[in-house]
Design a protein. Structure first.
Length: 423
């Protein structure tokens, strides 16, 4: 069971200049609550130095203008109070298109926020320079470069570290490889979907509709240029229609609302739905991530997805049963059950991006090679406790018995836990 978290109605959203790891763990990671880091967290990033330029006049061009005053005052009327109000001495910066042109050849996903397609926007992929050229001409006001895998495209390493470095409290990231590790760059299409480190660029008014993040992960998101407005829904409070489908645009909903200033970093907890609106021309950097304390939530998300996949191909089960009858494998498993379990796990891997083998390989790899130094992650016995909680759930499931590859990974995990308990 993943507990539902709510901020008490009279509480303030916390904003930290500095957040020691233990406080992050106890006050936010485990209770699963949002907060912001002040611009001090990003002050030294190359991206903030190079991709932003000061506003010369109040309105440089239509494309670079913020949302109109009247719209802004309606939107900002019921923003949730903060523990410390951010200073707004400086107007937000403007994007420096010439600095971004250095990445002009990279092929990036581009959403057209004027064209809804089901629960998303119509998207295509183009070289970044094509979008920059449109924006330089004052065109493409509804275009939103989303999920640009810059770090993966750069192959990780030093060049990426020169652009930005994730805040320390987010370095225990079990989803992406350690930030400095080399990863394979790609040239013709945007980088692999198995990378969760993104850049977003879009004019005022472009937005991301209501959603929650993949795998029950957290996200952190930093504004390099401009301000964003966030609508945050604690798990279970997200608006749905009469068929249980998520609403697309919830800007009128009464919920936690946060204006994220330039330079600030927001932490979005696991399973919290959110909608995000660019109030100015915005450039942001965000990562999805999870770590050992999130495992029960990630497990629950994968289990729910597993159930949906099994339901989706229920007809295949009877075909397999008819074909294999009562046959039994040498290891004692019923042949049809084993094949069915592999079938569903395969579909899960295609649909969700990973199945049970992927999940346990991830746990094993992160226990074997922790992504960060001991002071920036939970202690070994706490990590072991979080892992044991999901082990217990998994061992009570049919897949534990039916998927031998995952079973071998689980044995590795148990061995590593014994070692870590003994350490
Ligand atoms: O900035 C946006 O438009 C969306 C960001 C987001 O959904 C996230 O960081 O999880
Ligand atoms: Fe998100």
């Amino acid at each position: 069971m993943t507990p539902t978290c709510r901020l008490p109605a009279d509480s303030h959203l916390l904003t930290y200049d500095e957040l020691p790891y233990q406080r992050f763990l106890q006050d936010h990671l485990i209770p699963n609550t949002p907060f912001l880091l002040s611009p001090a967290a990003t002050a030294r990033w190359g991206a903030r130095r190079d991709w932003a330029r000061p506003r010369i006049s109040e309105r440089e061009s239509e494309l670079l203008a913020s949302l109109p005053e009247e719209e802004m005052s309606v939107l900002l009327a019921d923003v949730t109070p903060r523990s410390s109000q951010p200073s707004r001495a400086q107007p937000p910066s403007l994007p420096n298109f010439s600095a971004l042109a250095a990445y002009g050849d990279q092929v990036v996903p581009v959403a057209d926020t004027a064209q809804r397609q089901y629960s998303e926007f119509a998207r295509d992929e183009r070289p970044l320079c094509e979008v920059l050229q449109l924006w330089e001409k004052g065109e493409g006001r509804t275009l939103y470069v989303k999920d640009w895998h810059l770090v993966a495209e750069l192959g990780g390493g030093r060049e990426a570290s020169g652009v930005y470095r994730p805040p320390d409290c987010f370095l225990d990231d079990w989803l992406s490889p350690p930030f400095d590790a080399p990863s394979a760059p790609s040239s013709t299409t945007s980088a692999s979907t198995a990378d969760f480190r993104f850049v977003y660029i879009g004019p005022a008014g472009t937005f991301t509709p209501l959603h929650s993040d993949v795998y029950g992960s957290y996200s952190w998101s930093a504004n390099v240029v401009g301000r964003k407005l966030w609508w945050l829904f604690p798990p279970g409070t997200e608006p749905r229609d009469q068929y249980g489908e998520l609403q697309f645009d919830v800007r009128d909903a009464k919920t936690l609302k946060v204006v994220q200033e330039e330079g600030e970093v927001i932490f979005v907890p696991s399973g919290w739905h959110h909608q995000v609106l660019n109030l100015d021309f915005c450039i942001s950097i965000n990562h999805n991530f999870f770590s050992s304390p999130t495992l029960p939530r990630v497990y629950a998300a994968l289990r729910a997805n597993h159930g949906r996949c099994a339901e989706g191909i229920a007809d295949v089960m009877s075909d397999i049963k008819t074909r294999l009858g009562d046959a039994v494998l040498p290891d004692g498993r019923k042949a049809w059950e084993a094949e069915w379990a592999e079938e569903v796990d395969g579909l899960l891997a295609r649909d969700a991006g990973w199945g049970w083998k992927g999940f346990w390989a991830c746990v094993r790899n992160n226990l074997e090679n922790p992504p960060t130094e001991p002071g920036l992650r939970p202690g070994n016995s706490d990590v072991a406790g979080f892992v044991r909680a999901v082990l217990e759930l998994y061992k009570a499931s049919a897949e534990w018995r039916l998927l031998p590859t995952a079973q071998a990974l689980v044995s590795d995990v148990e061995e590593l836990l014994d070692k870590c308990g003994a350490a």
